[in-house]
Design a protein. Structure first.
Length: 85
């Protein structure tokens, strides 16, 4: 076990910090109407409730994974598991 481990950990921490900062900036100028999964799902639910035929014709249910996956991945990018103990 050499002393290089600490340098590696510091580089990793710096890289993770840079990625997290970039991910926060990615949608910083986007309205929550298009960047917040909860808001998107509320709007789609209202559409499904108020205009069911139109909602079904648009095959929205089939598009949800494609629509939400990038936003969920972005949120998970900075997620950290709670510390054990």
């Amino acid at each position: 076990a050499g002393s290089g481990g600490g340098g590696w950990a510091a580089r990793l921490a710096a890289e993770l910090g840079a990625v997290e900062a970039a991910s926060r900036d990615l949608l910083s100028d986007a309205d929550s109407e298009v960047s917040d999964p909860s808001t998107i799902l509320r709007r789609l639910d209202a559409w499904a409730r108020d205009e069911r035929p139109s909602y079904e014709q648009a095959f929205v249910d089939l598009c949800l994974p494609t629509l939400l996956a990038p936003l969920v991945r972005l949120a998970l990018l900075c997620w950290r598991a709670p510390a054990a103990g």
